[in-house]
Every structure is written in C-alpha cells, then in structure tokens.
Design a binder for this molecule. Structure first.
Ligand SMILES: O=C(O)CCC(=O)c1ccccc1C(=O)O
Ligand SMILES: [Mg+2]
Length: 373
C-alpha cells in the first residue's frame, strides 16, 4: 500500500499559556503552533505539529524558518513521489541540511496518514508496546513560594517526578529548599545550556541533593566539555539540545558525555530518527525518556505514541493538556491519572483535531496542492 500526499495545509496558531513559562533564556507567555494537515489521494487526513518557538533560543529554528523550509523545500519533496513507509522520508529529506523541526512536522503528519491507512494506532505503527506511559512535570523558574506551591499541586495530581529549571544564581539554593520540603520526590534540574565548565563547582554542589539527572548544563555544541563534566559529577548528565541526530547520540555515548538522553521528535527531525536513537540507546544501556516542547495536542499525541516504545524507562515531559492550556485543540484532551496517560487504541494519533478550537487561534494558513499531470 502506497501513501501519496495530494494536499498539505499549514496553519499558524497562537496559543495562550495558562501561566508564563520561564527558563534560563527567558519567559514565554504565548506559544506559536505550526499545525500541519496532510491529505492523501484517498482523502485520509494526518496531523503533524511544528514545535519551533517564535525566537531561536532553544535551537536555531523558528516558526518562520520552519514554514519557509516546508513551503519551498520539504512539501515539494514530499509531493515528488508516493511513499511505501514513512521511514523513507528520512532519506528523502536528507538532502536538506538540519532544519529538524520542519522535517519532523511534515513527517509526523505522514506517519498519522500511514497509521490510519493501515488501521493501526501510531503507537503500534512505531512498534510501541506500552498501553500507558508515565509522566512527570517541568516547572519553570518562579519565586520560591510559587514554585513550592506548584510542586505540591503537581504531586497531588500524581505526577511521577518533578523537573525544575535552573540558571546561574538560581540553582543550589533553590534545590536545597526544594529538597527540604520534598525529601523523597524524584527530582531533576534542567539548565537549558546556561553554564560552562567554569561553573563546575556549582554543578558539583548539586551532587548533594540526590537528583535523578542534570539536563543540558553546557552549550549545545559542548559535547567534549560535557564529557569532562560528567567525569567529575556523580549525578548523571542528560543531554537534550546537544542531541539532534543518531550520529550526535552515537558520539555522546562514545565520549561518555552523558548517561541519559532526552528524545524529542522535533529536535531530531522526526519519529523515524527518534526510533533510531531509541534503538541505539537500548543497545548501549543508556536510559531514554520523552521530552516536551510545550506542545499543543497534536505534538503531545505524537510524543505519547513514541514513549510507548520499550526502552522509554523514565517519566516523559508530556503533562496533561490542562497543565498548559485552558482548552487544547484535540478531543479528548490529554489527561493524567496517577501519573499515567492511557494510550489511545484508535487509528493514527488517537485524538480528533477540534476545528472550532483550531480556527479561533489561526493567524495564518495556506494550502499547498500537488500538481498532477
Ligand atoms: O512540559 C514540557 O513540554 C517540557 C517543558 C520544558 O522543559 C521545555 C519547554 C520548552 C523548551 C525546552 C524545554 C526543555 O525540556 O528544555
Ligand atoms: Mg531540556
């Protein structure tokens, strides 16, 4: 069975976050979403989500660059020929350098079409086995009393572990207070590249607080420095921004730059590459977990499906829709029970896109059609 995509519709949505999210880089109040709808010649519809932000702080991509790459390069490449399996897109898109979030957005929509055509859930199409996935919560930088209240609330809602964001000057003291209040909570920190090797004393001081891991302490291209740092830390380093491909993961494992890898579909260019990194980490006994990008419902659904692969062994950063939005644009919304999300058995991503909720947030849209002849 072949999938030939005829039509792609891009929509830029502006989503208001329930509460601002602050990282070492800055504060976000709204989140742009690039929603990708792909329709094949049988009228089957699939959905993908671009996860780039409006500014290039996390990686070099932005919503505007992903739209540009999709319009001028990736959609034309997709229209060129039908596919037998979505894994083929990795090779087809490889002539375009990097631009991983743009590739992942379109590839994700094709995976959804493919799974629906085969009457399979996306999880099953990927080779996933789990029927539920464990989730944690990521809490942004905020005044300490708010942070403690937010943690209390998240733990009462059942989240399995808490991640707090750190930056120089907002690290050891905060972790100490958090540990005093929550001595036994599975806890980790994420620096989003805010440190350098000069800060090694501060980072070593975190070893006293029984953290599950320190996520991305150093710069995105500091794979060698991360290895030097890991050799001097007891706490495992988890890489996020540094890992954009299978090759990056291979190098990080070889150099012992980390002991854990956070996999995000958008950051690595799609589900196929995410699976390859998962398999590599499994072979090397490197634990993996599914990261989050404050996604809307479609991106969240893809992450949930990915996290059903067998080697995802730590809680994902895919909290409930209600953690982010007053109303997500999928039905049903994603809910968390006792720290778990039950995986939909319906075909494709397993959630319906609610067009009314989409339309009220659309700021721009464009239809692309394959030329036939
Ligand atoms: O709840 C989520 O989606 C994860 C939040 C998070 O930590 C994050 C959000 C936006 C960009 C980067 C990161 C990160 O994991 O570094
Ligand atoms: Mg991170």
């Amino acid at each position: 069975m072949y999938v030939h995509i005829d039509t792609v519709i891009l929509r830029h949505l502006e989503m208001e976050l329930k509460s601002p999210f602050t990282t070492s880089f800055g504060t976000m109040k709204t989140r742009p979403v690039l929603l990708v709808e792909a329709i094949d010649e049988n009228g089957e519809r699939g959905w993908g989500e671009g996860v780039a932000f409006s500014a290039p702080w996390y990686t070099e991509e932005t919503l505007e660059t992903t739209w540009h790459m999709l319009e001028h390069f990736l959609i034309p490449l997709l229209f060129q020929a039908p596919i037998h399996h979505p894994d083929e897109l990795r090779t087809r898109f490889s002539m375009i350098r990097r631009n991983y979030m743009a590739k992942a957005a379109l590839e994700g929509a094709v995976w959804d079409v493919f799974a629906k055509r085969h009457r399979m859930s996306l999880s099953a199409a990927l080779g996933g086995e789990k029927r539920e996935v464990e989730v944690g919560i990521s809490i942004g930088i905020q005044p300490i009393t708010n942070l403690l209240k937010r943690m209390e609330q998240a733990l009462a809602e059942g989240y399995r572990r808490v991640k707090i964001k750190i930056k120089p000057g907002w690290d050891v003291d905060v972790v100490r207070v958090v540990r005093q209040h929550f001595p036994d909570v599975p806890l980790m920190v994420d620096a989003n590249s805010a440190y350098s090797l000069h800060d090694i004393d501060r980072l070593q001081a975190l070893d006293d607080y029984d953290l599950l891991m320190i996520e991305q302490p150093l710069a995105v291209d500091d794979i060698v420095d991360h290895a030097k740092l890991q050799a001097k830390l007891n706490t495992p380093i988890c890489l996020d921004e540094s890992i954009c491909s299978y090759e990056d993961a291979k190098r990080a494992i070889e150099l012992q730059s980390c002991r854990i890898i956070n996999i995000k579909i958008g950051r690595v260019g799609g589900l196929t590459e995410a699976k390859r990194i998962h398999d590599l980490c499994q072979q090397h006994h490197i634990p993996v977990w599914c990261g989050g990008m404050l996604e809307g419902g479609v991106g969240r659904a893809h992450s949930i499906a990915l996290a059903t692969l067998p080697h995802f062994s730590l809680p994902s950063d895919t909290a409930a829709s209600a953690n982010y939005w007053d109303r997500d644009f999928i039905d049903p919304e994603v809910t968390v029970h006792h720290g778990r999300i039950f995986v939909s058995k319906q075909s494709g991503i397993g959630y319906e896109v609610n067009m009314k909720e989409v339309e009220r947030r659309v700021v721009r849209s464009k239809i692309y059609k394959r030329a036939k002849g």
